[in-house]
Design a protein around this ligand. Structure first.
Ligand code: ZN
Length: 293
């Protein structure tokens, strides 16, 4: 999971969101707010101009060509409320609370499940998942779930590149440790076989693509370039060699930066000095350490 760079939505859409949010915030109590949030969200037109803009912007912000920001494996299709609207009606129509996610993460795993810390600076926390929202008081905003819109998940999480499994990065039983632990558990990041397999595969793909990049860079003529680029069709020879070579490099770089499981790429960069083979690979192409998703 990676931090997302937010885009700005148009003034018109900002106003429409604010207008809908005001209809919730004006209500007298929390229960009414929860009900109104549900009614307004379910009643919105998913084809309206403002909602289309929201989806388009979230897709554009998403990692690896519209991929789900939670699992990084499936194509996203849902506007996910990071703070669930059934618990946080005050964040139902708030742009910063939206994330592009797949239906599996959004519906099958996260849903309205949520935990918050009991008090500032303590690791004690409570599951506030609404069995019945009417029974709940307004929760605090001190969430355990890592928020990719506002903070860097890599501060909390560490990917074991050998196993494809995430581990908690901070000291055990601290707030940050619990936040990593809960995020891993809630989204089943280590328990879904396809995700672990996908990360291992991504590691190999990134490895191969970077090797190809180095070979392309070292080619000195068209025949060597063809062998290094290793595509089904030969590279075009209608332009200068250096130009075609640069295009091949750019294509491979683009393929790296749009491949699923981009966290694997970021972890390969972060951890390259821990693995001699990886360190050697990046020594040959140090600029790759600056390529970011
Ligand atoms: Zn997902």
């Amino acid at each position: 999971m990676l931090q997302i760079t937010s885009l700005t939505i148009s003034t018109r859409t900002q106003r429409l969101l604010a207008n809908k949010q005001d209809q919730i915030n004006i209500l007298a109590n929390y229960t009414q707010e929860v009900q109104k949030a549900s009614t307004l969200w379910d009643g919105k037109s998913s084809t309206s101009i403002y909602f289309s803009e929201i989806k388009a912007k979230l897709k554009k912000m998403a990692v690896a060509h519209h991929t789900c920001n939670y699992c990084e494996n499936e194509t996203g299709s849902h506007v996910e409320h990071i703070f669930p609207k059934s618990l946080y009606p005050d964040k139902t129509f708030v742009w910063d609370n939206y994330l592009w996610a797949c239906s599996i993460c959004n519906s099958d795993y996260k849903g309205s499940k949520f935990k918050t810390f009991n008090a500032p600076n303590t690791p004690q926390h409570t599951d506030i998942t609404p069995l019945n929202p009417r029974n709940y008081n307004r929760p605090n905003n001190d969430a355990l779930l890592i928020n990719p819109r506002s903070e860097n998940p890599m501060h909390f999480l560490w990917l074991d590149l050998k196993t494809g499994v995430f581990v908690e990065r901070q000291n055990q039983r601290t707030r940050d440790w619990w936040r990593a632990n809960y995020t891993i558990e809630l989204l089943a990041l280590n328990n879904r076989e396809e995700l672990v397999k996908g990360r291992k595969k991504a590691y190999n793909e990134y490895w191969n693509m970077l090797n190809r990049y180095i070979n392309v860079l070292n080619a000195t003529n068209f025949n060597e370039l063809d062998a290094a680029y290793s595509q089904a069709t030969p590279v075009p020879r209608n332009k200068a060699f250096n130009f075609i070579q640069t295009q091949c490099c750019l294509n491979i770089q683009e393929a790296i930066l749009t491949y699923p499981h981009p966290t694997v790429w970021e972890e390969m960069k972060r951890q390259h000095l821990h693995y001699p083979k990886l360190a050697n690979l990046f020594t040959q192409i140090p600029t790759a350490l600056t390529w970011s998703i």
